[in-house]
Each structure stands twice: as C-alpha cells, then as structure tokens.
Design a protein around this ligand. Structure first.
Ligand SMILES: *[C@@H]1O[C@H](CO)[C@@H](O)[C@H](O)[C@H]1NC(C)=O
Ligand SMILES: *[C@@H]1O[C@H](CO)[C@@H](O)[C@H](O)[C@H]1NC(C)=O
Ligand SMILES: *[C@@H]1O[C@H](CO)[C@@H](O)[C@H](O)[C@H]1NC(C)=O
Ligand SMILES: *[C@@H]1O[C@H](CO)[C@@H](O)[C@H](O)[C@H]1NC(C)=O
Ligand SMILES: *[C@@H]1O[C@H](CO)[C@@H](O)[C@H](O)[C@H]1NC(C)=O
Ligand SMILES: *[C@@H]1O[C@H](CO)[C@@H](O)[C@H](O)[C@H]1NC(C)=O
Ligand SMILES: *[C@@H]1O[C@H](CO)[C@@H](O)[C@H](O)[C@H]1NC(C)=O
Ligand SMILES: *[C@@H]1O[C@H](CO)[C@@H](O)[C@H](O)[C@H]1NC(C)=O
Ligand SMILES: *[C@@H]1O[C@H](CO)[C@@H](O)[C@H](O)[C@H]1NC(C)=O
Ligand SMILES: *[C@@H]1O[C@H](CO)[C@@H](O)[C@H](O)[C@H]1NC(C)=O
Ligand SMILES: *[C@@H]1O[C@H](CO)[C@@H](O)[C@H](O)[C@H]1NC(C)=O
Ligand SMILES: *[C@@H]1O[C@H](CO)[C@@H](O)[C@H](O)[C@H]1NC(C)=O
Length: 507
C-alpha cells in the first residue's frame, strides 16, 4: 500500500504542476479514503427470511453523511438469484464535477450520479457495489435491497430469426422471458420509447431486463437492456441462441422494444443505436471504419419519421425494416450530392433503419408533422406504411396530407400500387378547399404507372383504402414533387380556374 502511495506522490509532484492545488487535494482524499473504507459495513447477504427487505443505514429514514465520506457497499447475490436495489443520495449542494454515487454491477459496468432519488437497480449473481463519495458536500443517503431466489418471472416465449428476414423481430419490453434462435447469430438493439414516463422510470425498466449469451439464463450475461442502449453497439450471441429476461414485473406498461435480427444482416455495422425517447438528436454517425446505423420503431407503422437533414460525408441508406444484403426493402439512398431538394422526406414502415457507409454524417429526424407542411420545393416520394415490408398491418384507411403556405404545383407519379381485393388509391389536390384534382383508382380503374398527374393548390391528400382491414396489402410508391408557383403564375392559374368554372356554369 505505502509503495503505491509513494508512486502516487511521485507522479503527483513530477507532472510539472507541483504547485497545482487539485493534485494535493487528490492526495489528501487518497489518504482519507483509506481510513474511511475501514468502517464500511458489508458485504450485504440475503437474510434468512428473504421476504424481508434489508435497509441501510437505518430501516426507516435517510441519514446525512458528512463531507469527505467514502464507502463501497458490496451486495452479494447467489447464483440463480436476483436482487432489487433502491438508492437515494441527495447532496446538500449539487456538485457538477465528480459523482457522489457510483453503482457498479457484476460486469464492472459503472453508472455515475450527482443526485438520485429512489433510483432502482437490479443485481444478479455475484452481485454489485454501491459507492458513496460525499466529497465537499453533505449527502442524505439510503438504500434498500430485496433478494429473490429466482430470475425469471414470466412464461418463456420462443422466436426464430433468419438471415433472409427483412423485418427485425420486435420484443416488447413489458413482460419478457424470450428465447431466441438465430440462423447464424442473434443481434439485439434496445429502442426506448416510453416518452410519457420519467427518465428514471425508463432507465429502471431497461435495467431490469437482462440479455444472456445462450439458450437460458444460466449462461453468460451480456448486460442489461439499458447497458445495451448506452453502448451504441449491438449485443451479439456467440452461438445461435440468446435469452432475454425481465427480473421484476414492470410497474407500468413499457412500450420500449428490443430489436432482434440475424447477425448475418448486421455484421457490417459497428455503431448501432436505437433512437427513441432517450438520447440526443441530431444523430452523429461515424462510418469511417465500419458502417454506422440507427433504427426507429412505430407500432403498426402508425407514426412516421420526418428525415429533415443529412450533413457530412458517406451514403445513407434507408430501409423499411432492417438492413439487408439484398436491399429488397431499401426505400431511399442519400449521398452528399443528393442533399437539399429531396428533404424533408417522410419515412414510414414499422422498423426503419438508417445505415451510413463510408463517411461521418449528422442526421436529423423529427416528428412527422414537419414533413406535412411544405415551405420550399421538394422532390421525394410517398409510400404506404407497409410498402416493401411484406407485413400485414391492420387498417382500412391510410390518409396522408400535405399543406403548403401558398400555391405549389404538386406532381404525383405512381410507380407501384396494389389494388387487389377492392383496394383503392385516391389522389386529391385542393386550392383553398376547392378541388383541383381528384383521381380514385381501383382494380377496374387502375392508374397508368409512370405518368405524371399535376395540379396547383395548397393542399394534397393521398388515401389508400381497403375494405378488409386485416388483408395483406402490397401498398404503393409514388414519386412526388412540389414546386412553389410564383404569385403572377398563381393569379393566372386562378383566372383559368375561374374561367373554367364560369365556362362549366354556362352549361
Ligand atoms: C418473513 O418476512 C415477512 C415480511 O417481513 C413476514 O410476513 C413473514 O412472516 C416472515 N416469515 C417467516 C417464516 O418469518
Ligand atoms: C419510522 O420513523 C417514524 C418517524 O420518523 C416513526 O414514527 C416510526 O415509528 C418509524 N417506524 C419504524 C418501523 O421504525
Ligand atoms: C440538485 O439537483 C436536483 C436534480 O437536478 C434538484 O432536484 C435539486 O433541487 C438540486 N439541489 C440543490 C441544492 O440545488
Ligand atoms: C454539513 O453538515 C454540517 C452539520 O450539519 C454543517 O456544519 C456543514 O456546514 C455542512 N456542510 C456542507 C458543505 O453543507
Ligand atoms: C419468481 O419471482 C417472482 C417475483 O417474486 C414471483 O412472482 C414468481 O412466482 C417467482 N417464480 C418462481 C418460479 O419462483
Ligand atoms: C423455430 O425453429 C424451430 C426449428 O427450425 C422450430 O421447431 C420452431 O417451431 C420455430 N419456432 C417458431 C416460434 O417459429
Ligand atoms: C439454472 O441453474 C440452476 C442451478 O444450477 C438450476 O436449478 C436451473 O434449473 C437452471 N435453469 C435452467 C433454465 O437451466
Ligand atoms: C442542416 O444542418 C446544417 C448543419 O448543422 C444546418 O446549417 C442547416 O440549417 C440544417 N438544415 C435544416 C433544414 O435543418
Ligand atoms: C410474405 O409473407 C408471406 C406470409 O405472410 C410469405 O408466405 C411470403 O413468402 C413472404 N414473401 C416474401 C417475399 O418474403
Ligand atoms: C386563398 O384565399 C385567400 C383569401 O380567401 C387568398 O388570400 C389566398 O391567396 C388564396 N390562396 C391560394 C393558394 O389561392
Ligand atoms: C406543374 O408541373 C407539371 C409537371 O412538371 C407541368 O407539366 C405543369 O405545367 C406544371 N403546372 C404549372 C401550373 O406550372
Ligand atoms: C369487390 O366489390 C364488389 C362490389 O362491391 C364485390 O362484388 C366483390 O365481391 C368485391 N371483391 C372482393 C375481392 O372483395
């Protein structure tokens, strides 16, 4: 010990900042740590009656710990058991530089905090540690541990993924006990989606879900769904199987999901994150060494992403589903040179994957409403929710509306549409609520593909309908442009419309 301190003293005073106060402070704390650790209680083991919750320091209330207090509390968890830990650490003055609390799990994964109030953690065998370092503040501190002699709460479900899948499997993170078998290896990515809940609740739900590298929960644990989210990587099984279990029932219905795919499709991807309610936007993607990807999710394809901005280098491929080798579900591809006119662009599908290759780019997606309001000229596309996914989504009408600030020349060019089983597609353009263009296509009145339909107005609507809500729909793809019409041209156009109305009125 003294040998290390001697080395430390040598380093602290030999780095050219010997008069530096922080250096001396560190040394001081270093001595104090050594004294404080001696008094730390623990390790904490399960009580004989495990229904009893163990609370530290006293059973009923928080206790204020003085400045300069350091302790590590070890929580032991037997093999096959789990524990539920709730920690409160409230400083009398918030420090901004270094954490007062660290929670370290069995995988030596560290989470640091300046302030926590009844924050929930989950430890599995062999357990974890809680580290309190009050530093220059007083800290009100309390934690409780509840042990459980099991890991799994729910009945298991089984699912398979294969390299030929274009749509990743989505596992709802509410009540999970899921055993995955992949064709090659299984890949998992967390997408947090519980935006109506507090960040603390979302964190604790994701912490309670563990991912194991094998056919059951007795295999190596890769980490929690929360660690997976923070890693910006995929968790990948070494063999064909992966197990996902939730330790405790969630206190609320979680809409967060785990994306499960065959690693054959995602093996090129280095950085891979799930974009949802946690984490920051815009998204910086570094594909300078390996592809970088992110995925978003919408239940039933009900909501869309609006891709507003791509800056940087590389090629961004957008898939309805997961990244695939065949690119059969590729919906758009953007490179530096295609920037500008083709954004904003509405992106649909259930899972959407944005994969960047060969560059570094910043990508911005915002809620769909932004794409529905046109402010400048655009050239993009419009699709139904399930186009290229081969998914059967339940709905009888899919309505998409676009509005513009003034008169725009809208053009629509249908490339592909499924009108089987009495499905229909209607295209309408309105100018100040007056219909300018209205076409309704069905199997007995199909559109001519690759033919431009245009009209000047300030509103456009595309409606895809099916009399059978649960029928399989192939969907549609339409090339779309909207070009601002100069005021004089608009006046001229109004004139033509008025003349036309008058002319029709004569008969
Ligand atoms: C164990 O503890 C629970 C709650 O503290 C209590 O209700 C139960 O009676 C205890 N069981 C035994 C066998 O002591
Ligand atoms: C908890 O503390 C309150 C006062 O803070 C006291 O009235 C109560 O009896 C305590 N309960 C237990 C179980 O110690
Ligand atoms: C410290 O930060 C927490 C959470 O950000 C806040 O609720 C609390 O009021 C702050 N405490 C002080 C003393 O500023
Ligand atoms: C910590 O608490 C003690 C005792 O209540 C008080 O004297 C001291 O000023 C407090 N220190 C800080 C940094 O709040
Ligand atoms: C596992 O623990 C949960 C939570 O206490 C309990 O509801 C469940 O019945 C337990 N399962 C088994 C198989 O003991
Ligand atoms: C998964 O694949 C196995 C073997 O190919 C098969 O027996 C099982 O029924 C499949 N499970 C599901 C849920 O499709
Ligand atoms: C995991 O190991 C425990 C203890 O060795 C055993 O009781 C349990 O049945 C095993 N579970 C599975 C799913 O193999
Ligand atoms: C796109 O990002 C660039 C760089 O951050 C910014 O200058 C530009 O205004 C952004 N465009 C839009 C439409 O948000
Ligand atoms: C589409 O899904 C159906 C099952 O609903 C399946 O039989 C068919 O092979 C799929 N087609 C493609 C191209 O994946
Ligand atoms: C819509 O009507 C208002 C007045 O009612 C007019 O000012 C505006 O220019 C019209 N817009 C278009 C796109 O014709
Ligand atoms: C709108 O665009 C179409 C297709 O480019 C063109 O044929 C038509 O003349 C345009 N209409 C107006 C009013 O500019
Ligand atoms: C389509 O609608 C017509 C007229 O309503 C009906 O006779 C026909 O059976 C329908 N076809 C299908 C495939 O549902």
């Amino acid at each position: 010990m003294w040998f290390y301190i001697a080395i430390f003293v040598f380093l602290a005073f030999s780095n050219g900042v010997s008069t530096d106060v922080p250096g001396k402070n560190t040394l001081f704390i270093c001595f104090r740590n050594r004294l404080a650790f001696v008094d730390c209680p623990g390790p904490f083991n399960p009580p004989n009656n495990i229904s009893t919750k163990v609370v530290y320091p006293v059973s009923n209330d928080t206790v204020t710990f003085p400045t300069g207090y350091n302790c590590v509390y070890q929580i032991n968890v037997p093999q096959g058991w789990s524990s539920y830990v709730v920690v409160t650490a409230i400083p009398s003055s918030n420090l901004t530089n270094s954490p007062i609390l660290q929670v370290i799990d069995f995988n030596q994964n560290v989470e640091s905090f300046q302030y926590v109030r009844f924050e929930k953690f989950y430890f599995i065998a062999p357990g974890g540690r809680i580290k309190l370092s009050t530093q220059t503040t007083n800290v009100t501190f309390l934690f409780s541990v509840q042990w459980y002699s099991n890991l799994t709460v729910y009945q298991p479900t089984f699912l398979n993924v294969s390299a030929s899948d274009t749509q990743p499997v989505t596992v709802d993170l509410s009540t999970v006990n899921c055993h995955v078998t992949a064709e090659t290896r299984a890949s998992a990515v967390t997408i947090p989606l519980d935006s109506i809940y507090t960040i603390e609740d979302q964190r604790s739900t994701l912490r309670s879900i563990f991912i194991f590298d094998g056919p059951n929960e007795n295999t190596t644990c890769l980490g929690s769904a929360y660690q997976l989210f923070n890693s910006n990587r995929q968790f990948v099984s070494t063999g064909k199987t992966l197990t996902v279990v939730q330790l405790q029932p969630s206190t609320y219905y979680s809409s967060s999901i785990l994306l499960i795919q065959d690693f054959e499709n995602t093996k090129e991807i280095g950085q891979y994150r799930g974009v949802g309610s946690l984490g920051d936007l815009p998204i910086v993607m570094d594909a300078s060494k390996q592809s970088s990807a992110f995925s978003t999710y919408s239940f039933g394809g009900l909501s869309s992403d609006c891709l507003v901005n791509i800056t940087g280098t590389g090629t961004l491929d957008v898939y309805y589903g997961g990244k695939t080798e065949s690119k059969s579900n590729l919906i758009a591809s953007y490179s530096e040179s295609s920037n500008g006119l083709n954004l904003p662009q509405k992106i649909r599908g259930v899972v959407r994957t944005y994969a960047l290759t060969g560059g570094i780019a910043t990508v911005q997606i915002v809620p769909n409403s932004v794409c529905g309001l046109l402010k400048h000229n655009v050239a993009g596309f419009i699709t139904s929710r399930e186009y290229k996914t081969n998914l059967t989504l339940r709905y009888s009408e899919d309505r998409q509306s676009y509005y513009s600030d003034g008169p725009f020349n809208y053009t629509l060019n249908i490339q592909n549409v499924d009108l089987s089983q009495n499905k229909s597609l209607s295209l309408s353009i309105y100018n100040n609520h007056t219909g300018v263009v209205n076409f309704v296509y069905n199997s007995s009145n199909p559109p001519s593909l690759n033919t431009v339909v245009s009209g000047v107005g300030n509103e456009m609507e595309v409606i895809y309908s099916s009399p059978y809500s649960n029928s399989k729909k192939g969907g549609f793809y339409i090339d779309f442009t909207a070009t601002k019409v100069e005021k004089s041209a608009a006046k001229y156009f109004d004139f033509i419309v008025i003349c036309a109305i008058l002319w029709i009125g004569l008969f």
